[in-house]
Design a protein around this ligand. Sequence first.
Ligand code: GAF
Length: 388
Amino acid sequence: MTLSDLAAEAARQFKLTYGHPPRWIVAAPGRVNVIGEHTDYNDGFVLPMAIERYVVMAADLAAEGGVAIYDVEFKQTAWIDVSKPVTKGEPKWSNYLRGVMAGFQRRGEKIPGLAVVLLSTVPLGGGLSSSAALEVCTATLLEAATGKTMDPVAKALLAQQAEHEFAGVPCGIMDQFISVMGREGHLLLLDCRTRKTELVPMSDPAVELLIINTNVKHELGSGEYAKRRAECEAAARILSVPSLRDATASQLESCRGKMEGVVYRRARHVIGEIERTVHAAEGVRASNWTGVGQLMYASHASLRDDYEVSCSELDAVVDIAEGLGLPGGVYGCRMTGGGFGGCAVALVKAGQVADITQKIATAYQAKTGRAATIFSSRPAAGAAILQG
Ligand code: GAF
């Protein structure tokens, strides 16, 4: 579904639910990370793009004091009391919105009463940042409804804080930044230390990014994510650097004897991945697709063996893609996002997309007994007010 189809559907659902057309329609995209995994909370580089999958909200003013949100997929309404400081509550998904509303209140903003309809085409638990899209979409709606536009960095940080405090995931800044700052036809090279962003054009019609959802649900709240973060901090302490961004591979080797094997491997992944990300951005700029593809495979191996955030289904997808290789139209493939399930991303020759999709789907089913969901996306624009 295109974004304008989705906006029209949100307007239709709003009218069905509340009896009149919406005043505002806003949207925020999900993302796929091309490379730079588990580097954001180590002050490193990431290279994500916004995808043509969105959370969309249609809304209008309503009685003061409360925000009602009807989720079309869950067929469920959440009601949030905004007459006092917003707190965590039920249903669980409403916490992403609650967290953003609480952040707005902390900035001294009064949240008006609202009637909202929520639609999403970002698969849940697919590692494509459905939660960041929901947070950023909520922030965009509040911008529209209060008439106060936020600075994009402040907006992304507010959404990240909502994730920390209301969803309990100590995530980095990548997902919220790309959902706010994505640009059509571009990847976003983000320096997570300085928060400096650079748009990297990716409009070569000869290549496409395929997103392969293993349909193994990924769950970052389970504690493994926080554990990885703590291991990275432990490595930085041993190396006497503020963060792993400041460490080199040779420094790490010289301190190897001072750290547990697992901490050493986590650091080796992060240090290598930061370097790969910078090289991959250069590769994209030069349309050196073979080079970018090799970096993607290396990233996957490192996430699988050193960082241990892959799973057998993601490994199966990458093995199948690598088996097709260049003659089969595949430049590179890797898991994307937090890991433990979710999606892989493959850089492929545009002319062979249909063939590659069919081959990966068949081989994945045979190998794992599961059905994959495969789609391609061009780099999309970040969050926007579509109406109002
Ligand atoms: C998740 C987090 F939310 C991001 O901040 C990032 O750390 C990613 O996992 C791994 O690169 O999506």
